[in-house]
Design a protein around this ligand. Structure first.
Ligand SMILES: *[C@@H]1O[C@H](CO)[C@@H](O)[C@H](O)[C@H]1NC(C)=O
Ligand SMILES: *[C@@H]1O[C@H](CO)[C@@H](O)[C@H](O)[C@H]1NC(C)=O
Ligand SMILES: *[C@@H]1O[C@H](CO)[C@@H](O)[C@H](O)[C@H]1NC(C)=O
Length: 413
């Protein structure tokens, strides 16, 4: 909220004027729009005073404060020798889907002040799945509000409405509690304190624990444009993986020689063992990137990200093998649904699901999950084995998915 800044000195008079107007407009729905108005008023006021700029620099009521060192980045400022700190003990938090998470943030003054000051708290974020705009270094411009609080009043926005609150367990505690975490809640959250003079902030990264898996169309390799890839992941109870998620998967050993879309609109693939045809042997192991591709015209596979599931995935006990139609029906008769690929991956990776029986999945593929590699169950490393998309008349087993019965918590199957 730095409006005027000359030679590293911020001016209190303008800030109080600004923040009072700001408070007035706070209750309105569109905070962004209302922000423009006080700015407009200030600049008009300036126009009326021909010597506006020089008056600012001479004005001194002894209550100016100074931006020392790189004040904006450090989460601290100085005014009258009092320092506002906004801090988080954790710069990255990871959680599971469907759970509640707390993004820690607190503030205090140094030295302590006895009189409570009127502060305004804002949490905003940049979603991890923000498609990188070309070429826009200004990430701040893409931040949107999560919640704004003043005194006991608070307001949440967009997809966070009704799902977030401030923890306020001790004075100065501004930690954000997010309930019912969704796959697309990952990203960079900014905790900001505005005390009428200046604002300070700190950033906390939210990650979900989960698993990245490569996914291609039933039609074969490289059939998805960006939007097709987005839809395909969603159909498998997953979301397009972010760069960070694919990078972690690569660190954990994912090696895949087909390029796939990521959530930021780039196309990449992870290589742990460099080889010809996969970027060559001269290139070090890492993520091979084609950069941003045309989101309508270019087609690739997808890297999907799936996180913990609410229900359970199981191999259906059935006296005979089933074709695809029968398999889907058998799961419904059992009180569930045929499992989706993202659900099988989540069960395999997060719950250690291991079953050496091929089974139908909702997309018409046949797979099975192995955590303890052994003879006759595929290669000697853990993984979800795939038979691709066989004819739907093939007789096979089936994996079903069933929500946890809320009336008998714990009894899942
Ligand atoms: C995030 O996911 C939820 C639930 O799947 C969905 O309702 C919401 O529209 C998604 N938000 C964005 C920004 O994609
Ligand atoms: C599966 O078998 C049933 C008969 O049990 C048949 O009606 C159905 O068409 C078959 N479906 C496929 C995809 O072959
Ligand atoms: C839980 O019990 C209620 C009332 O007995 C019933 O209407 C509901 O369908 C049950 N839910 C499940 C998931 O079985």
């Amino acid at each position: 909220m730095t409006v005027f800044r000359q030679g590293g000195v911020f001016f209190f008079s303008f800030f109080s004027f600004f923040s009072e107007l700001y408070l007035l407009f706070l209750t309105e729905d569109n905070v962004m729009l209302s922000l423009l108005r006080p700015l407009l008023v200030i600049s008009c006021w300036c126009l009326l005073l021909p010597s506006c700029q020089s008056r600012i620099s001479r004005y001194n009521n002894g209550f100016h404060y100074q931006d020392i060192s790189n004040g904006n980045g450090n989460g601290e400022i100085y005014f009258n020798g009092i320092r506002l700190h906004v801090e988080s003990p954790q710069h990255s938090v990871s959680a599971t889907r469907g759970s509640s998470v707390t993004l820690p943030c607190h503030y205090h003054y140094e030295p302590e002040i006895d009189k409570p000051r009127k502060t305004r708290i804002k949490w905003s974020w940049v979603p991890a799945n923000t498609v990188a705009a070309l070429p826009s270094p200004d990430v701040l411009a893409r931040e949107t509000e999560v919640m704004v609080a003043m005194g006991n009043r608070q307001r949440s926005y967009g997809n966070f409405r009704g799902r977030v609150r401030l923890r306020r367990s001790v004075p100065g505690d501004l930690s954000l509690v997010i309930n019912e975490l969704q796959l697309n809640d990952t990203g960079r959250y900014r905790c900001e304190v505005i005390d009428g003079l200046e604002d300070e902030s700190v950033v906390v990264e939210l990650e979900l624990r989960g698993v990245v898996f490569p996914y291609h169309s039933q039609k074969g390799r490289y059939h998805f444009n960006f939007f097709g890839a987005q839809q395909a992941c969603q159909d498998q109870d997953a979301t397009l993986a972010t760069f960070e998620q694919l990078f972690s998967a690569w660190e954990e050993g994912l090696d895949w020689c087909n390029a796939g879309w990521l959530a930021d609109g780039t196309v990449q693939y992870p290589i742990t063992v460099p080889r010809e045809g996969c970027g060559g042997i001269e290139l070090a192991p890492g993520l091979r990137s084609y950069g941003q591709r045309h989101r309508f015209l270019h087609t690739y596979d997808a890297f999907c990200f799936s996180a913990s599931i609410k229900g359970s995935v199981y191999f259906l006990k059935h006296p005979t093998k089933l074709n695809f139609t029968e398999a889907a029906q058998a799961c419904v008769s059992d009180g569930g649904q045929i499992a989706r690929v993202g659900q099988l991956y989540a069960a395999w990776r997060l719950l250690g699901f291991d079953r050496c029986d091929a089974g139908w999945l909702a997309d018409g593929s046949v797979r099975y999950p192995i955590t303890k590699p052994r003879a006759n169950c595929g290669p000697m490393e853990p993984g979800v084995r795939s038979f691709g998309f066989p004819p739907l008349s093939l007789k096979s087993g089936v994996y079903c998915y069933r929500q946890i019965d809320r009336n008998n918590t714990g009894k899942t199957i």
